[in-house]
Design a protein around this ligand. Sequence first.
Ligand SMILES: Nc1ncnc2c1ncn2[C@@H]1O[C@H](COP(=O)(O)OP(=O)(O)OP(=O)(O)O)[C@@H](O)[C@H]1O
Ligand SMILES: [Mg+2]
Length: 338
Amino acid sequence: MPGAIHAEGLVKTFGDVRALDGVDLDVPEGTVLGLLGPNGAGKTTTVRVLTTLLRPDSGRAVVAGLDVLKQPNEVRRSIGLSGQFAAVDEYLTGRENLQMVGQLYQMSGRAAKARAVELLERFNLTDAADRPTKTYSGGMRRRLDLAAALVVSPPVMFMDEPTTGLDPRNRQQLWEVIQELVAGGTTLLLTTQYLEEADHLAHDICVVDHGKVIARGTSDQLKQRTGGERVEVVVHRPDEIEPARSVLAGFGKGEVAVETHTRRLTVPVAGGAKLLAEVIRELDGRGVEIDDIGLRRPTLDDVFISLTGHAAETGAAPEDGEADESGEDPRTRKETDQ
Ligand SMILES: Nc1ncnc2c1ncn2[C@@H]1O[C@H](COP(=O)(O)OP(=O)(O)OP(=O)(O)O)[C@@H](O)[C@H]1O
Ligand SMILES: [Mg+2]
């Protein structure tokens, strides 16, 4: 039996760009699928097709038992969507936005009001509830948008980068909300650039790149595929990165990943603790001062790098302003207006 979300051979081109190049997905009811991939991989396009906002050139999709192409209106009534860019009415207050959504879904005025109060509380927006949303910070808008997606409890939810731009506390709270939803039977497709988030929330993960699913499995299965242990070294000075890189290249069985700003180098190895001792001796012999060194299991970041050839772009401030329209680094933004 196909899952609550099922897609086969989705293709979508924009001019020369093949945004989707034959995407197949299946999300069993009551589970979370994490869609991971670098910028431009086709994540948002997938979400837009599955939520009836975009017609694919070919392929088919069924959501909540309904054909996305043949029954778009019915599909829309069965799903909730929180897009990559918050879609709230700037001139309405937070409370009014939520009540309006409730009324669009034919809730009674009273029920819509009560639901708005509940969601404002849950997303830490009670204090700002009666201000027009144009005065909200980026993180507040995002939370309001997520709250709007939860006004009715649809059986299938789509969230496109739900926690991008949220501070750690709000991210944690959203994770809790998501876990409650899923425990209650909701099926969720979520895209994220935060691999820790996928690790934490997703039952299954699909990695997409250039419009194709390039790997799928549970987080543990993907980590196993990426191989065994890594040696991770933090050198004391920036000019020690290069000599350390050449030492690690000699021991590794894969490419040395370097994170310049933290002076951290990582390489996959086979050989365990004995090899670690040799690496330390060799680094010492070259006069490289070590701040930290250790063996560790692969993370989902390692999986991502080995599959797509580069890191997910969460370590640095957004470069193209796409992930965050304000251009600010979301990790340092303070919501002083709350
Ligand atoms: N409306 C459009 N017109 C033209 N090209 C588009 C359009 N929408 C998407 N694309 C292109 O399709 C490709 C996939 O875009 P998509 O938005 O699905 O990526 P994404 O995986 O969501 O990326 P990000 O992580 O940056 O959000 C990109 O090359 C993008 O430029
Ligand atoms: Mg996107």
